[in-house]
Design a protein around this ligand. Structure first.
Ligand SMILES: Cc1cc2nc3c(=O)[nH]c(=O)nc-3n(C[C@H](O)[C@H](O)[C@H](O)COP(=O)(O)O)c2cc1C
Length: 326
């Protein structure tokens, strides 16, 4: 397999261009470890509230936990208060973040109504203060994840990427959709290309990448240095190896055989139970199962049965029975 190297984010040299996107409720330590092993050059942690860290919220502090085999890892914070964001960036750096990211793309009302997420793309000067405060607060590189804008067709990201660069951000990632698109619809690769051409720092593209064909389109038309993969990687932690094999001209090498997929699912179950305990772990595992077994005969029934199980041994027995059918 050919590894052609990836972009640099400040002092952090990525080994390839493929990164696990930040996903709340998905990108936890067990899953990130699997994705690193599955070829992701960097993994992004779930977003954490700067306000919650400011008030020493225990759960938010725990969300900064990481394992040695995850690095390089990007930890993302959200909020709209420069001082608190700076404090949150320091907390992430102390917890072992190799990169600290500012969330300027989340469209969820719970986040935007308090001025965080994509709301930061409404006010250039506050955005600049937030990025600048974070950059000055830490030694590790600071990045910004943004969207193209609020409505389909607008491209605020050119302007905001330039501001981020001026404030010392080491890279930006652009979800090439608008707020109104949420997490679906075709990414606007032309608009992404305009962002890539306007700044000197690396731009990562994001949105709708499922296949290596999508990767190529994003890199060629969108002109990006790397790609963040979100939903397509849920339950498919080895997708990055598929991309790497395709990039090296050997797509067949990247196809994960069925027995290896089942092996991964068993390993995921072990990691998640080890991390959260059996009850919480087995419940969290349910979110990933549909993608692991997607397209296999009997997968719907299997999913239904798994959703009723709370014990790891019962799950492993059911999985063995399901696997024996292939
Ligand atoms: C379940 C879920 C949780 C997400 N959580 C975050 C988050 O915490 N921070 C963030 O910047 N984006 C978050 N996103 C957005 C993704 O990072 C990504 O931008 C989006 O899914 C588009 O990429 P995709 O088409 O490859 O999935 C989330 C998306 C999903 C589906």
């Amino acid at each position: 397999m050919t590894f052609v190297g990836g972009p640099r984010i400040g002092a952090v040299q990525l080994e390839n261009p493929f990164v696990l996107a930040p996903m709340a409720g998905i990108g936890d330590p067990p899953y990130r470890r699997l994705c690193r092993r599955g070829g992701a050059a960097m993994v992004c942690a779930e977003m954490v509230s700067a306000n919650a860290l400011h008030y020493n919220d225990e759960r938010s502090r725990q969300m900064l936990a990481t394992f040695p085999d995850e690095h390089p890892i990007s930890m993302q914070v959200f909020g709209n208060d420069p001082e608190r964001l700076a404090g949150a960036a320091q907390a992430a750096e102390s917890a072992g973040a190799d990169v600290v990211d500012l969330n300027c793309g989340c469209p969820v009302p719970k986040i935007t109504k308090s001025g965080g997420g994509i709301s930061l793309m409404r006010e250039e000067s506050l955005f600049a203060q937030c990025v600048g405060a974070m950059v000055r607060a830490v030694r590790v590189p600071v990045t910004v994840k943004m969207r193209l804008g609020f409505e389909r067709g607008e491209n605020r990201a050119v302007r905001f990427a330039l501001i981020a660069q001026d404030q010392g951000a080491a890279a930006v990632s652009v979800h090439a959709r608008s707020q109104e698109d949420r997490h679906s619809g075709c990414p606007d690769l032309e608009a992404l290309g305009a962002v890539s051409r306007s700044v000197k720092i690396p731009v990562f593209g994001n949105g709708g990448v499922q296949t290596y064909h999508d990767v190529r389109a994003m890199m060629d038309t969108g002109g990006v240095a790397g790609v963040l993969v979100g939903q397509a990687a849920i339950g498919n932690p080895f997708l990055f190896l598929e991309f790497l094999a395709a990039q090296g001209g050997n797509p067949a090498q990247g196809v994960v055989p069925l027995n290896k997929k089942f092996g991964l699912l068993r390993e995921h179950a072990a990691l998640i139970v080890d991390y959260y305990g059996e009850l919480v772990g087995m419940r969290r595992l349910r979110k990933y199962i549909p993608s692991y077994v997607k397209g296999l005969p009997g997968s719907a029934a299997f999913r239904g049965q798994v959703n009723r199980l709370d014990k790891q041994d019962d799950f492993l027995a059911l999985l063995a029975e399901f696997e024996a059918g292939f």
